[in-house]
Design a protein around this ligand. Structure first.
Ligand code: CA
Length: 230
């Protein structure tokens, strides 16, 4: 179930979109001009906006520009004009995707799923990860342990981030070499082990008495929540 705002002045197309989306269980609001579209977008906080480019009051591109100054909601532009210039302008103005009329309900649903997936992936990539008292912020690249800030090198941070974003999962040394050092075929060198031991020291633990970083002999390492039952 997705909250969708449709900004479309053609009543027949508006009804068609509403029916097609409501059939999938979406909650749909249809408005027929740009000003109402902006107001509704701010009031109802939809998850996706379908925006017709030819509106009676403002142009769809104007609506898009104004919307983008206050909201990051995904916008799929719906246009009868399939000329490249219009589409390029819409994408440059912050549209996430576009559909050229006429289009089927299946394609509409697939485009909506695709933008929502991208949004979810982007949000997950930006989210602070918290494992017990360990907190890792990918934007500021700050790491704190029980409210004490840790000073990590760039590689130590990348290593910790990779492990934390797959918490509970054993990550092979090969994957760590590829993900952190960009060496997909790295084999015998001790780079990972050395950085892991530095990271352990900063986390206040040792290989013999691990808390967060658990070595799985011959396989790799995983980051665990020390408070959680295994
Ligand atoms: Ca129109």
């Amino acid at each position: 179930m997705t909250r969708v705002l449709v900004i479309e002045d053609d009543p027949a197309i508006g009804r068609l979109l509403q029916r097609s989306l409501a059939d999938r269980g979406d909650v749909v609001t249809v408005v027929t001009d740009g000003a109402s579209g902006l107001a509704t977008a701010l009031q109802e906080l939809p998850e996706v906006v379908l925006l017709d480019l030819g509106l009676p009051d403002l142009s769809g591109l104007e609506v898009l520009t104004m919307l983008r100054s206050v909201s990051q909601v995904p916008v799929i532009v719906v246009t009868a004009q399939d000329d490249d210039r219009t589409v390029v302008k819409a994408l440059d103005s912050g549209a996430d995707d576009y559909l050229v009329k006429p289009f089927g309900g299946e394609q509409l649903a697939a485009r909506i799923r695709a933008v929502l997936r991208r949004v979810a992936a982007a949000e997950a990539a930006d989210a602070v990860i918290q494992v017990a008292e360990l907190q890792i912020d990918p934007i500021t690249r700050r790491v704190s342990l029980a409210d004490h800030q840790l000073e990590l090198s760039r590689k130590e941070f990348d290593l910790l981030w990779l492990l934390a974003s797959r918490v509970g999962e054993v990550v092979t040394k090969r994957d760590l070499l590829a993900g952190v050092w960009g060496q997909p075929f790295g084999g015998a060198d001790r780079t990972v082990d050395v950085h892991l031991s530095w990271l352990r020291r900063k986390l206040g633990e040792t290989a013999a008495e691990p808390r967060f970083l658990e070595t799985v002999r011959g396989v790799g390492v995983r980051l665990v929540d020390p408070g959680a039952a295994n």
